[in-house]
Ligand binder design. Structure first.
Ligand SMILES: Cc1cc2nc3c(=O)[nH]c(=O)nc-3n(C[C@H](O)[C@H](O)[C@H](O)COP(=O)(O)OP(=O)(O)OC[C@H]3O[C@@H](n4cnc5c(N)ncnc54)[C@H](O)[C@@H]3O)c2cc1C
Length: 379
C-alpha cells in the first residue's frame, strides 16, 4: 500500500493551494456577498487547467486523474467553495459524457468544457422529485430526428453558464428516464433568478425551464430508456467533487480552530491551555485525517472504476461520511470560538454555512446509506 503522493500530484496540490491563497482568498467576501465567482477567478482556473483536470488530454482535459483532482479541489474549497463547486459540477457532467458518450459526443462536448470555455451542468432534480427517478415528469417526445423536451428542472448548478447540460427526461418510446445532452441557452431554454441559499455562494443555483426544446436524436446519452445508469454512475463521480469540497471545509475548520485557540487569551494565556479546547483540537485532527484518507481513496477508486454498482457504493459511503464529518468539524470549531464563532466577522461562520450544504446535495445522506446497504446486502 502506497500512501505518498507522486511528484506531479504534489505539484498540482501546491498549484491549487497557491492559486486559492493568492487569487481567491482576497475575493472570498465578495464571492460570499455577491453569490458570484468573478471572471478573473474563472480565467485563472482555466489557465491552470483545473476545469478538466481528471479527463484525458484528447478530450481537452489535463490528463491528471482523480487523485490530483481531489487534491486540487480540497485546496480550493479550503479557501472558497464557490469556484470548487463550479469545477465539481463541470466534472460531474463531463464524467457522464466520458463514461456513456460516443466518440463524437466526447469530442464535441468535452473539449470546450475541459478547456473552460463552457461549464457543464447535470439536471435531474424537479419541483416534484430530488431522490426518486421514477417521479420525473419532464418529457421528451420523438419528432423525426429530434426530441421535443418540456419540463422544469430545479436547483441546477452552473445553469447560468453556456455549455452542455446532461438532462434527464421521460421519453415517449420507452416511458423511462433517458439522458440527453442539451445545449444550454438553445431556443426554449430559460432560467429563474438564482436561489438565495445558505452556503456555497458562487456555486449559483437556478431553476431551468424547457419549453419545446428541440434536441437532435444524436444527443441521447447512452441508451434510450437508460437514464438511470447514467444518473447512478455519473453522479458517483460527482460525489468525488462534493466529498473533496467537504474535505477542504473540514481542513479549514480545523485550521481556524487551531489558530483561534492560540490567539484568544484568558488571564493572559491562550485558551489552548484548557483541556476542553485541546480535546476539541484532537477531535478535529482525527476527523480530518479520517475524511482525508477516505476521500483520497475515492479519487484512487475513481481512476479505476469499472463496476458502476461498486463505485456508486464507495462514492455514497465516502460522500456521506465526509460531508457529515465536515458539519461536525465546523460545529466543533464554532465551539472553540465561543460567541465569536457566531459572528460573521469570523471565517468559521461561512465554513459552517458551507459545510451544512454537503449532506443534502447529490443525494441526501439517508439515500446514500441505502445505496451502501443495498450494495452490501445484495450479496
Ligand atoms: C447547492 C445545491 C446544488 C444542487 N445542484 C443540483 C444539480 O446541479 N442538479 C440537480 O439535478 N440537482 C441539484 N440539487 C438538488 C439536490 O441534489 C436535491 O435537492 C437532493 O438530491 C435532495 O432532494 P430533495 O431536496 O427533493 O429531498 P427529498 O428527496 O425530498 O428528501 C427529503 C428527506 O426525505 C427522506 N427521503 C426521501 N426519499 C427517501 C427514501 N427513498 N428513503 C429514505 N428516506 C428518504 C430523506 O431523509 C431526506 O433527507 C442541488 C441542491 C443544492 C442544495
Amino acid at each position: 500500500m502506497e500512501f505518498s503522493l507522486s511528484k506531479e500530484q504534489v505539484l498540482i496540490q501546491n498549484m491549487a493551494r497557491d492559486f486559492a491563497e493568492q487569487s481567491i482568498e482576497p475575493l472570498v467576501t465578495q464571492i460570499d456577498q455577491e453569490n458570484r465567482v468573478p471572471q478573473e477567478i474563472l480565467d485563472g482556473l482555466r489557465e491552470l487547467e483545473l476545469l478538466g483536470l481528471p479527463f484525458k488530454e484528447e478530450y481537452g482535459g489535463a490528463g491528471a486523474g482523480y487523485v490530483s483532482y481531489v487534491l486540487a479541489m480540497e485546496q480550493l474549497a479550503r479557501v472558497s467553495t464557490g469556484p470548487a463547486m463550479i469545477i465539481s459540477v463541470n466534472c460531474l457532467g463531463l464524467a457522464a459524457i466520458d463514461k456513456f458518450g460516443t466518440e463524437g459526443q466526447k469530442k464535441k462536448f468535452m473539449f470546450p468544457a475541459c478547456q473552460g470555455e463552457h461549464v457543464a451542468s447535470f439536471a435531474f432534480t424537479e419541483p416534484g422529485t430530488g431522490s426518486d427517478p421514477k417521479q420525473i415528469t419532464t418529457t421528451a417526445v420523438k419528432e423525426g430526428d429530434y426530441y421535443i423536451i418540456n419540463g422544469t428542472k430545479r436547483f441546477i448548478s452552473a445553469a447560468i453558464y453556456p455549455g452542455p447540460m446532461i438532462l434527464f427526461a421521460r421519453d415517449d418510446e420507452s416511458g423511462q428516464p433517458t439522458a440527453f445532452i442539451v445545449d444550454k441557452f438553445c431556443e426554449g431554454y430559460s432560467i429563474s433568478e438564482p436561489w438565495d441559499k445558505l452556503g456555497w455562494h458562487g456555486g449559483t443555483l437556478v431553476d431551468v425551464y424547457l419549453k419545446d426544446v428541440k434536441v437532435p436524436a444524436g444527443n441521447v446519452l447512452g441508451e434510450i430508456g437508460g437514464g438511470y445508469p447514467v444518473l447512478q454512475f455519473g453522479i458517483a463521480f460527482g460525489k468525488v467533487g462534493v466529498s473533496s469540497v467537504a474535505l477542504g471545509l473540514t481542513l479549514a475548520a480545523y485550521e481556524e480552530a487551531v489558530k483561534y485557540a492560540r490567539e484568544k487569551t484568558h488571564r493572559g494565556e491562550p485558551i489552548a491551555k484548557f483541556q476542553a479546547v485541546q480535546l476539541r483540537i484532537a477531535d478535529l485532527a482525527m476527523k480530518y485525517e479520517a475524511a482525508r484518507w477516505l476521500t483520497y481513496r475515492l479519487g484512487y477508486l475513481a481512476d479505476r472504476a469499472q463496476d458502476p454498482v461498486q463505485f456508486a457504493k464507495e462514492s455514497a459511503l465516502t460522500k456521506t461520511y465526509v460531508c457529515e464529518t465536515s458539519v461536525d468539524a465546523a460545529r466543533i470549531a464554532v465551539d472553540v470560538h465561543g460567541s465569536y464563532g457566531l459572528m460573521n466577522d469570523y471565517k468559521i461562520t461561512r465554513i459552517y454555512r458551507d459545510a451544512i450544504m454537503g449532506p443534502q446535495v447529490e443525494g441526501v445522506s439517508d439515500m446514500q446509506k441505502l445505496i451502501v446497504a443495498n450494495a452490501i446486502l445484495r450479496g
